[in-house]
Design a protein around this ligand. Structure first.
Ligand code: NAD
Ligand code: UDP
Ligand code: UDP
Length: 361
């Protein structure tokens, strides 16, 4: 049977994870905060397919009901519209804490005042979610004795002076950001760094069982179409027959992981015995120009590239060292960029088409 359910089969390869329900274990009750988002919804698919009960907590800030709609009517699935900044009472076995607003990168170039104040509200909201939301979920985990997993980020390494980045690296983050771009990154980076600190404090001080994942750039179906991330931008642009926008000289690097690999890693981490932090990412490293070339090969070989100015605080390179996860979690990514990209194209095409129809185009 196929362990990947949902409206479409987005998985690649064989699923890993805990023994299915019925083979000598009881059903677990699992909370996924941010479960209506990109990564969260794929995780929910896998947990439900495994036979567990899932409660999604989401305020739909960047997530969408459509991402989990195929579970409506399933008695093992529950969706709560709730902001994790506010306390909540639940009884569960595990908490996957993913809730966090994605960075609205595309606003950082818009000089209009109203957009800037909107952006200010957004980054404060992101910080509040990372700090107060994480505190509430840790308080919940402490009260009910649940295991707690936080999805931190490679951004805790900032613009790294060590390459590739190991978990032992403390990072290179500018806490006050750059005045001219409103500290675009620091609010997110420092929010996640604080969330990791809180997690370790609850672990050491209150005995909460915790797990920390540091996620590197991930892509796949259900990504936000217009959140400004590079893979979603390039794929949307190629489909819409617009030029692919490469920022700066395009020689900066990132390492791109397909979402099913990440979900495997998160589940292996939750079920394993190690706190972490663990880097979860694909070590295949690409410059933005190389990425644009792969997108062209995959979607439209006639697509053109347009260069745009980059922000000053953009990390120059990023690539995970995943030896720790390989050794202790027995996990490594299986899907290459060339295999993974085509898997998001149908989903993007459909959504772009619907969007255009919605506008009456
Ligand atoms: P996403 O924006 O698709 O999902 C985040 C979800 O959290 C959304 O559904 C959103 O509505 C919800 N949310 C935000 N604030 C909330 C709040 N206060 N209360 C309740 N729900 C709230 O983003 P994603 O890419 O799926 O990211 C999931 C997690 O993985 C995040 O913690 C993110 O920081 C982390 N991460 C992702 C990547 C990546 O490349 N996708 C990289 C590093 C880390
Ligand atoms: N909390 C929650 N649900 C719970 C238990 C706690 O939302 O089931 C919140 C609680 O409101 C608090 C936070 O988690 O804001 C931290 O809780 P903790 O008990 O650690 O701290 P305290 O409430 O003593 O400040
Ligand atoms: N980027 C780009 N074109 C775009 C969007 C982003 O060249 O349309 C670049 C961006 O400057 C950065 C890299 O792609 O160097 C990754 O950006 P993203 O926001 O996806 O992820 P992050 O910077 O958080 O790793």
């Amino acid at each position: 049977s196929n362990p990947y359910v949902g409206s479409e089969n987005y998985g690649v390869g064989k699923a890993v994870g805990r023994i299915p329900v019925g083979v000598g274990r009881r059903r677990l009750r699992i909370v996924v905060t941010g479960g209506a988002g990109f990564v969260g919804s794929h995780l929910v698919d896998r947990l439900i397919a495994r036979g567990d009960d899932v409660i999604v907590i989401d305020n739909f800030f960047t997530g969408r009901k459509a991402n989990v709609m195929h579970h409506f009517g399933d008695s093992r699935f529950e969706l709560i519209r709730h902001d994790v900044v506010e306390p909540i009472l639940l009884e569960v076995d595990q908490i996957y804490h993913l809730a966090c607003p994605a960075s609205p990168v595309h606003y950082k170039y818009n000089p209009i005042k109203t957009i800037i104040s909107f952006f200010f509200v957004f980054i404060l909201f992101s910080f509040k979610t990372n700090v107060m939301g994480t505190l509430n979920m840790l308080g919940l985990a402490k009260r009910i004795g649940a295991r707690f997993l936080i999805t931190s980020t490679s951004e805790v390494y900032g613009d790294p002076l060590e390459h590739p980045q190991k978990e032992t690296y403390w990072g290179h983050v500018n806490p006050i950001g750059l005045a001219k771009c409103l500290g675009v990154r620091s609010c997110y980076d420092e929010g996640k760094r604080t969330a990791e600190t809180l997690t370790m404090d609850y672990h050491r001080g209150a005995g909460v069982e915790v797990r920390i994942a540091r996620i590197f750039n991930t892509y796949g179906p259900r990504m936000c179409l217009d959140d400004g991330r590079v893979v979603s931008n390039f794929v949307s642009q190629a489909i819409r027959k617009q030029p692919l926008t490469v920022y700066g000289d395009g020689k900066q690097t990132r390492s791109f992981q397909y979402v099913s690999d990440l979900v495997d890693g998160l589940m292996a981490l939750m079920e394993g015995e190690h706190v972490g932090p663990f880097n979860l990412g694909n070590p295949g490293e690409f410059t933005m120009i190389e990425l644009a070339e792969v997108v062209k090969e995959t979607i439209d070989s006639s697509a053109t590239i347009e260069f745009r100015p980059n922000t000053a605080d953009d990390p120059h390179k990023r690539k995970p060292d995943i030896s720790k996860a390989k050794e202790l979690l027995n996990w490594e990514p299986k899907v290459s960029l060339r295999e993974g990209l085509p898997l998001m194209v149908t989903d993007f095409r459909n959504r772009i088409l619907n969007e255009d129809e919605g506008k009456g185009n």
